[in-house]
Design a protein. Structure first.
Lengths: 139, 119
C-alpha cells in the first residue's frame, strides 16, 4: 500500500474535519442526535448505494487503483460507502448551522455554541434560554 | 446513451417528488435549506474537483454515459445534480423528524399554518 492510495479516503476525512466545527461552534447538534441522524442517513445511503452498484456494474464510472485502497464490499469500493455517509452529514451540519445563524444571528449562534462561554454575556435574554423554549411554544 | 445524465435527472425528479408527496418536510419553503445547499454546492467544487481532475483522476467517468460538460476541475456537470439529490433526500428525512423545529427565520406560526393546511 502506498499513501497515494488513501487519497479518496483522505478527501472524505477532510470533509468531516472541516465541517466538525459546525457541530460545536455553530451549535448544529447533528452528531448529538444520533437516532434522528441514522433515520435520515440510512435510507439515503441505501438508495444511493443501489445507484452506485448499478452504475459500477454498467461501467458508468470506475476508480483509479492508484488513488483508492482497492478495498471493496461486493463491487463497491469502501471509499464510495464513506461518501454516501460523509456528504449527507456535511449537508445536515450546514443546514443546522445556517438555520441557527438565520434564527439567532451570528453572535447568538456563537453564544449558543461551545465557544459561547468565552463570549461576554448577552445584554438581552439568554439565547440558550430561547433555544430551550423553542418556537413550538408559539404554536 | 448518456445514462448518467438521464439517471441524474430521474434522481432529482424522484427525490423532489418524494419530498412533495411523501416526506413533506417542507424544506423547499425554508431559506436555511436553499442556503445550505448553495454553500455545499460551492464546497463541492474543490472536493469533486480533486476526485475528477483529469491530471490525476480518482473517479473515472465513462465518456459515453454523461453530457461531456466538465466544469471547474473536470467535474461532470451531472455531479451537481447527483449531489443535490443526495443532500436533499438526507435533509428532507432529517427535517421530517422535527418539522416544527425553528431552523430558520421563518415565523413558526407560518410554518404551523402551512402544516395544518396539509391533507
Amino acid at each position: 500500500m502506498r499513501v497515494e492510495q488513501f487519497q479518496y479516503l483522505i478527501v472524505m476525512a477532510l470533509c468531516l474535519i472541516v465541517t466538525l466545527p459546525l457541530e460545536f461552534v455553530l451549535h448544529a447538534r447533528v452528531y448529538r442526535r444520533p437516532r434522528r441522524l441514522l433515520r435520515a442517513l440510512l435510507p439515503t445511503f441505501a438508495a444511493f448505494v443501489v445507484w452506485d452498484v448499478a452504475a459500477i456494474r454498467l461501467g458508468h464510472w470506475t476508480f483509479s487503483p492508484e488513488f483508492t485502497t482497492g478495498w471493496r464490499i461486493g463491487n463497491i469500493p469502501v471509499e464510495e460507502l464513506t461518501f454516501f455517509v460523509v456528504i449527507p452529514l456535511c449537508a445536515l451540519l450546514s443546514y443546522e448551522a445556517v438555520g441557527n445563524v438565520l434564527r439567532l444571528g451570528w453572535i447568538g449562534t456563537l453564544r449558543a455554541g461551545s465557544l459561547g462561554r468565552f463570549l461576554p454575556p448577552a445584554p438581552g435574554p439568554d439565547p440558550r434560554a430561547e433555544q430551550r423554549t423553542d418556537d413550538r411554544e408559539l404554536v | 446513451m448518456p445514462w448518467y445524465s438521464v439517471l441524474t435527472v430521474v434522481a432529482i425528479a424522484v427525490v423532489v417528488a418524494a419530498e412533495l408527496l411523501w416526506i413533506r418536510s417542507g424544506i423547499f419553503r425554508r431559506r436555511a435549506y436553499w442556503l445550505a445547499v448553495g454553500i455545499c454546492a460551492l464546497f463541492q467544487i474543490p472536493v469533486d474537483g480533486w476526485l475528477t481532475k483529469l491530471s490525476s483522476v480518482i473517479v473515472i467517468y465513462n465518456p459515453e454515459v454523461f453530457s461531456g460538460l466538465r466544469i471547474f476541475w473536470d467535474s461532470p456537470i451531472e455531479d451537481w445534480g447527483f449531489g443535490f439529490a443526495l443532500m436533499t433526500l438526507a435533509l428532507a428525512l432529517w427535517v421530517r423528524q422535527d418539522p416544527d423545529e425553528a431552523t430558520d427565520d421563518r415565523p413558526a406560526l407560518v410554518d404551523a399554518a402551512a402544516d395544518r393546511s396539509r391533507p
